[in-house]
Design a protein around this ligand. Structure first.
Ligand code: HEM
Length: 302
């Protein structure tokens, strides 16, 4: 099977290829099995890609980039954005709910509420997810923030204790505010680890803001790197791959082509970058084995 793409669509193509292969099986039990495998594979793929863990959010664009504005259409309650350096003010005039009030809108309730990072949403219009016996009814009536990143949906996992989580995980949880903010009315803040009984941000919330800010910086650096060193076009065969540069690769349109080099950035996976002559001495760059210095296309052993 031959795949032709630029680096950004690599995994997507592989996933689609797997699904096409699954569809080709003729007998009914085998077809059912293949469909199940394809669904699981798709779920796992989207989970890896979307950071929110859900094909639903990824597929419909609801994954809501951490860098997008997250003002809820349903409320004037502010939510900070990653990397913007913005933080919630020390005052709050909205509604503050207690855990007890929230718990009255739990499993089996006809008006379920969920809370993420101390933000309480009325998810009554999402009964297909949160109604009694529905897939995600365990999220209702509580703040199970941690589980939105870990996927641990038992009593222990469904907790508002987000201590010890890395910035990426905090970002994953925060993404759900974006998702919920677009779909459901925000009722107010929950008194607990994130907000005081007056709805004022606690030190735990301030730590979340710091994590989001550092994540924003990391993301900004990634975007800069993508602009500075656009990914190469690539073509994968079983035994080898070809990488090459054109005036549009890695989603970057430009007036130069460049030559392919391996880009080594600490903390990032090694990838192929298109590089201008003026950048060639950058220590992050390495020439591919068996590739000429000036070649705009390299054939690599896999
Ligand atoms: C950390 C892991 C996960 C979390 C926290 C999570 C959470 C959620 C939530 C809260 C919703 C409802 C969203 C809404 O109210 O609009 C949802 C929907 C959905 N999730 Fe997940 N999910 C996770 C993993 C997965 C995985 C691995 C799959 C697929 C294998 C999946 C498949 C779906 C689907 C298909 C929907 C939409 C259901 C429908 O349209 O009826 N989720 N998820």
């Amino acid at each position: 099977m031959v795949q032709l793409k630029d680096d950004d669509s690599d995994s997507a193509d592989k996933s689609k290829t797997k699904m096409r292969e699954a569809k080709a099986t003729p007998a009914w039990p085998a077809v059912l099995f293949a469909v199940a495998v394809a669904l699981i594979a798709t779920g796992v793929y989207y989970m890896a890609q979307s950071k929110t863990g859900c094909p639903f959010h990824f597929g419909k664009g609801d994954e809501a980039s951490p860098h997008s504005s997250v003002a809820s259409p349903h409320s004037s309650v502010e939510q900070p954005t990653f990397g913007s350096g913005a933080s919630l003010p020390e005052t709050y005039s909205g509604q503050v709910l207690t855990k007890q009030q929230l718990s009255q809108h739990g499993q089996g309730s006809s008006s379920p509420w969920v809370s993420v990072l101390g933000h309480v949403y009325d998810v009554s219009t999402g009964m297909r997810y949160y109604g009694e016996g529905a897939t995600y009814d365990f999220f209702t009536g509580k703040d199970g923030s941690r589980a939105y990143s870990t996927g641990q949906f038992d009593e222990e996992g469904l907790t508002d204790d987000v201590s010890g989580l890395k910035a990426e995980a905090i970002g994953e949880i925060y993404n759900w505010l974006n998702v919920f903010g677009k779909k459901y009315p925000l009722l107010g803040r929950l008194e607990g680890p994130f907000f005081t009984s007056e709805g004022i941000p606690t030190p735990v919330w301030r730590n979340i803001e710091s994590s989001l800010a550092s994540l924003g910086k990391v993301e900004e650096r990634r975007r800069e790197l993508r602009r500075e060193f656009p990914s190469c076009n690539s073509h994968y065969e079983k035994e080898f791959a070809e990488v090459w540069c054109t005036v549009k690769s890695g989603g970057i349109v430009r007036d130069w082509v460049g030559v392919p080099r391996q880009l080594h950035v600490p903390g990032e996976s090694v990838r192929c970058a298109c590089v201008r002559n003026t950048q060639l001495s950058d220590p992050k760059l390495q020439l591919y084995d068996n590739c000429d210095e000036a070649a705009s296309k390299c054939k690599i052993k896999r």
